[in-house]
Design a protein around this ligand. Sequence first.
Ligand code: GUN
Ligand code: FE
Length: 433
Amino acid sequence: SQAKAYRAALLHCLADPREVGIEQSHEYFEDGLLVVEDGKIAQIGNAADLLATLKADTDLVEYPDALITPGFIDTHIHYPQTGMIASYGEQLLDWLETYTFPTERAFADKNHAGEVAELFLNELLRNGTTTALVFGSVHKASVDAFFEACEKRNLRMIAGKVLMDRNAPDYLTDTAESGYADSKALIERWHGKGRLHYAVTPRFAPTSTPEQLALAGQLFKEYPDLYMHTHLSENRKEIEWVRELFPERKGYLDVYDHHGLIGARSVFAHGVHLCDDECQRLGETGSAVAFCPTSNLFLGSGLFDLEKIEGFGVRVGLGTDVGAGTSFSQLQSLNEAYKVMQLQGKKLDPFKSLYLATLGGARALYLDDKIGNLQPGKDADFVVLDYKATPLISYRLSQATSLQEKLFALTILGDDRAVKETYAAGVSVHRKA
Ligand code: GUN
Ligand code: FE
């Protein structure tokens, strides 16, 4: 089929800066060319080298004053919470009771779920996020509505129905058996269909009985390449509550471990208060943690210790955690990630930031053979960042003398306004007005 070529500055990560150093972690083409064919990256390189090799009928699109990067990856977000983002005043457990549960109730209605799913996907794409690991609500229909919306746009997305059979309002609970059966039906319908993947999704340990967690663990093992997605050690009161509910377990992570819910493709949101033994166990099992800075600051949960967790070999992705997170923009997540590090006397290099938002997320999700950078053969999911997004960004970038400086300013000042266009599987899925 017909190829398309995009001429712009190109930047993508090749490896984790902590493994190979900053210089070797990325590849940059000041005047680059990205060639796309059949929804995949066909070639990447210098325009001067590649332009002459293009087939005669190749469409050429030029983006002066722009930087193409891989699409951003959000490793933790709740689509039913779109309408309650920026809700005032509470920390985790009261926030759930006051705002979250009443909001999620409405997702029993599939029409409502479908409308919010469309709005949610528009917002992700406006912000340059092309893949996300997504919580639905407890209702099976919420996940059908979400995947139907994703399928229409040919997006690579991972989602699941919430499992919750205690410590929540009656209108929002399933049972161990119904949760298992509904999840299974959704897996059969959606997992592996196009670019869609299913995640077994117990909300968090306090809202599932041991019976439900055991069935979730069984399900997680029953199908290849399934995900497990939950919350872990976000808030001190939450951790205390888990100790009371599961006195027979060594700690919070051990509740999940005991029920077969850790390992490759297990993704735990937060992990703000993990002890060394828990980090060790997450690392040795190939589990991943989603770092959600805007949420951790908004709910007053605490400061995530990226260096400590990565030191134990744990895979770390970046999450917005909307609606506890305050922005769909991963550039804004990186702005706050930088501040979270600063408050701990640590740095966050902008190339490490880019890694967390792209290839690091792909590795956390075991999708780095498909997404995360612009290597030939990968899905053509990419974003065009606008160096002239706002007068301030334009002026600040004009003062920059290095790529590192430009990238840093974009992660601090940028948001949806910095996203000129977003492509999924080689097709434009958002273009700034
Ligand atoms: N823990 C359990 N449920 C939730 C949720 O919806 N959001 C956050 N941030 N933490 C949780
Ligand atoms: Fe969350």
